[in-house]
Design a protein around this ligand. Structure first.
Ligand SMILES: Nc1nc2c(ncn2[C@@H]2O[C@H](COP(=O)(O)O[C@H]3[C@@H](O)[C@H](n4cnc5c(=O)[nH]c(N)nc54)O[C@@H]3COP(=O)(O)O)[C@@H](O)[C@H]2O)c(=O)[nH]1
Length: 803
């Protein structure tokens, strides 16, 4: 029962369509039933009425002749019987017989309040003559017909209504079961449809039959589900798109590049953080403006307008513009940015706006300018470097060709720069170069170029000369400006320069050759004794050729075993007995002959060949010392010269140790001679290396002492064992009072620092007496022996009883 009630309730409230359908069916079927029943009833009614009419016709045809005969015969009884017979007929209620001429016979009665139907006919005698005997009016009562009609109406109405009602109920139930409830389910589904239920498809509560799967409801369900899927896909896509858009907008907002988006009229619509950060303008302040009109500076504004005009044109024509722009920040500060401007196009290709990407390239630009400067200028002196100098030289040559003039090319090299640099340190060397550059520049006209080629080499280009003499005048002026001393590390230092000159077009019309010739002339000037200039002459090329040749020969000298060690004894001054020997390198080249170290060691240092050569010297020296021990039975130490360049080899200590290990010589039998200039070179971890060598037991001596510019304090700071007084002082001790005093002072000072002293360059016996008197520990010089080849030294050792 409750189920039924709820159904009814649903039927009433939840299924208005069914309700309405029921109402419509009832209404229409009732109307139809009524009309059809009315037609039916009316037809039956007409049938009944016409049956009565026919019956009265039958009375006329059946009774007229017999009634006429009864009248003719005046047989009243028969007439009475006949009339009663007619009256007994159904529905006939009244008979009126008018008998001619004026009698009347009436039978039956006409009921009141009812509808009657009358039929009259004449009663005629059919003899020879025809006589109308009477006139009979038959009246029929339609009461029965109407009663029948009423009953029929009632029955038909009742049955039709019931039929219609139940059929309607059935139809509505069928409709409700097969359609309406599913429509309700669809409505419920649609009503409850939300983003959360997107994954739940609409399912109707009906069997899964092929018929059900293909009917309209199935089609609507499919359509709804299809719509749901499409919606779900669209939403998914929208979600993805929204995510993408969020991602892109975040990326744009946080992009390391500045981003401006303009509409199609180039009015700013969007600016990201980076843009604000870079320019100082925030979006509110610039929205709607043209990107070229942000600055308030009128000049910048004008420039920018022109620029943006060309940007607009190129973007229209080519589709992109990119370039480097010197933009202005809000505070007026200028900066460089790399801009890329592209149109933003809709899918139909229509331009909807413009994208302007910017990147701050100020640092790169500065760096580029710096690089450009570095590429063309010498950082230390600010002078043009080799590259720019060569460009200028080429330009000068081109101009000279046009104008038929001369170009002077001067190659300058500072004399003894290396020595000064090594002894006074790099800072002093740098200051010297700066001052030298200033002095050279001060001697030149505005059109001339002075450049630093590297190291202590300078190039001067004198364009547009009419007379070659002009070059020598300039060279002389330069030499004169070099005369005043330089103040380096608080000391007065005299520095000179050597100048080589070549002239275009006399010496060559080629810039490279002119440089080479000036270089060759410069060597000639050096050979003249420095602080000189030389003008190129063809024979000078041989000198520079020799240098090149020497370098290439030296590269093969080690493997060709062209190097040889000479040994010079170092004796105890007091006794003249052999103490140890110094290894001195010689180069025996088949084409160059015997080459002395002064000639090739600087070149070996320049080219780096000193590393393998120095290693060879160390190993051979240690081996020689061990051989002497074997041969003489005495421990004879060996002193080896070490070039500053060798100290820059990170494996130097290891090389020394290897030489000792491989030969078996004890470390205290090896002495390394180091020049003062090495010690003053702050760039080398000299102290660490010297300490490491000292800790290994290797002895260390300061070579050429007295020739440097340094203070003596380093002697205390470094672990030296020996100090070697330069031969230039020793050689004049007997003649120069100052030198004698200096040698004496050096010996005393060295002793006070716990160092032993070697005097080198002892050539005369008198010098040995002096040194003995002054307490000099060791002596070395031609007086005792010249440097000897190994075999000669062996002989010297065996014949010399002073060991
Ligand atoms: N890095 C290296 N340098 C080396 C090596 N071998 C030599 N040298 C250096 O070359 C310079 C010239 O050396 P050298 O021509 O051998 O001259 C030496 C002696 O021959 C010379 N000497 C010795 N006694 C006298 C003398 O009585 N009179 C005189 N006029 N000359 C003399 O002195 C040079 C010794 O120099 P020093 O080293 O200062 O003791 C020279 O500077 C060498 O250092 C090498 O293998 N590596």
């Amino acid at each position: 029962m409750p189920k039924l009630l709820s159904r009814l309730q649903r039927f009433k409230s939840g299924s208005p369509l069914s309700f309405r359908l029921l109402a419509y069916i009832l209404l229409f079927s009732s109307a139809f039933t009524l009309v059809s029943s009315a037609i039916q009833i009316y037809s039956d009614f007409r049938k009944d009425v016409s049956q009565i009419d026919r019956r009265m016709q039958v009375v006329e045809t059946g009774y007229a002749s017999s009634l006429a005969r009864s009248l003719w015969a005046l047989d009243q009884k028969l007439l009475q019987t006949q009339l009663e017979g007619i009256l007994s007929l159904p529905d006939i209620v009244h008979l009126r017989l008018k008998i001619e001429p004026d009698s009347e016979l009436v039978l039956g009665s006409i009921p009141t309040n009812t509808t009657t139907n009358s039929h009259s006919f004449d009663l005629v005698h059919q003899g020879d003559d025809m006589f109308t005997l009477g006139h009979l009016t038959v009246t029929a009562d339609l009461q029965r017909v109407y009663a029948d009609l009423e009953e029929k109406v009632l029955v038909i109405l009742a049955t039709q209504f019931l039929k219609t009602f139940f059929i309607s109920i059935l139809i509505v139930w069928i409709f409700q079961y097969f359609v309406a409830r599913h429509l309700t389910a669809m409505a419920d589904y649609a009503r409850g449809f939300s983003l959360n239920s997107l994954r739940e498809p609409l399912k109707l509560d009906r069997p899964d039959t092929p018929l059900n799967n293909s009917d309209e409801l199935a089609q609507v369900t499919d359509a709804i589900n299809h719509m749901r899927e499409r919606l779900s896909e669209d939403l998914e896509r929208q979600k993805r798109d929204a995510q993408e858009i969020r991602k892109f907008s975040k990326a744009i907002e946080q992009s390391p590049s500045s981003v401006l988006i303009c509409d199609r009229k180039w009015q700013i619509e969007y600016a990201n953080q980076k843009f604000t950060q870079l320019t100082g303008y925030d979006l509110d302040a610039i929205a709607g403006k043209h990107p070229g009109t942000l600055s308030e500076d009128i000049n910048a504004h004008r420039e920018s307008r022109q620029l943006w005009q060309s940007i607009r044109l190129q973007v229209q024509r080519v589709g992109v513009w990119q370039g480097e722009v010197n933009s202005a920040r809000k505070n007026g500060e200028r900066f460089w940015e790399q801009l890329i401007v592209t149109p933003i196009k809709a899918s139909d290709g229509e331009v909807t706006g413009y994208l302007i990407l910017g990147e701050d390239i100020s640092i790169r630009k500065r760096y580029e300018q710096q690089l450009l400067r570095q590429a063309n200028y010498d950082i230390l002196t600010g002078l043009p470097n080799r590259m720019l100098a060569l460009d200028r030289l080429k330009l000068a040559l081109a101009q000279a060709r046009r104008e038929n003039t001369l170009v002077g090319v001067m190659f300058l090299d500072l004399d003894n720069f290396k020595h000064i640099n090594d002894t006074l340190g790099h800072d002093a060397g740098d200051n010297l170069l700066i001052e030298a550059a200033r002095r050279i520049s001060s001697c030149l006209r505005g059109t001339s170029t002075v450049a630093r080629l590297g190291g202590d080499e300078f190039l001067v280009v004198l364009p547009g000369l009419s007379d070659p003499q002009a070059t020598t005048q300039v060279a002389q002026r330069i030499l004169t400006t070099f005369e005043p001393p330089y103040i380096l590390n608080g000391q007065e230092v005299f520095v000179t320069t050597s100048i080589g000159i070549s002239i275009f077009p006399h010496d060559s019309d080629n810039s490279g050759m002119l440089l080479q010739h000036a270089d060759a002339a410069m060597y000639q000037a050096k050979n003249k004794g420095k602080s000189a200039f030389a003008v190129f002459a063809p024979e000078m090329t041989e000198v520079s050729h020799e240098r090149l040749q020497m370098e290439s020969l030296m590269r093969r000298a080690l493997e060709q075993q062209e190097f040889e060690l000479y040994f010079q004894p170092i004796v105890r001054t007091e006794t003249g007995q052999m103490a140890f020997a110094e290894a001195l390198l010689r180069w025996n080249n088949p084409s160059l002959g015997m080459v002395m170290p002064d000639r090739f060691i600087p070149l070996a240092e320049e080219t780096g060949l000193i590393m393998p050569i120095g290693e060879w010297v160390l190993k051979e020296s240690c081996k020689a010392a061990m051989r002497w021990r074997t041969e003489t039975g005495h421990r004879i130490g060996i002193s080896v010269n070490v070039s500053p360049r060798q100290f820059r080899d990170p494996d130097f200590v290891q090389t020394v140790m290897q030489a000792l290990e491989q030969s078996g010589l004890e470390p205290d039998q090896l002495e390394l001679e180091i020049t003062e200039r090495l010690i003053l070179d702050n760039t080398i971890e000299t102290a660490d290396i010297l300490r490491e060598l000292d800790q290994s037991g290797i002895r260390l001596s300061v070579d050429d002492f007295g020739t440097g510019y340094s203070a003596l304090s380093y002697l205390k700071s470094y672990p030296f064992d020996t100090l070697k007084i330069d031969k230039s002082f020793v050689q004049d001790v007997m003649t120069e009072h100052d030198d004698a005093s200096l040698v004496r002072a050096i010996i005393n000072m060295a002793h006070s620092l716990g160092l032993r002293v070697i005097a080198e360059g002892v050539e005369e016996e008198a010098q040995t007496h002096f040194l003995k008197t002054e307490g000099c520990d060791y002596s070395q010089g031609y007086f005792y022996s010249r440097p000897l080849p190994a075999a000669d030294f062996d002989t010297w050792l065996s014949s010399n009883h002073r060991v």
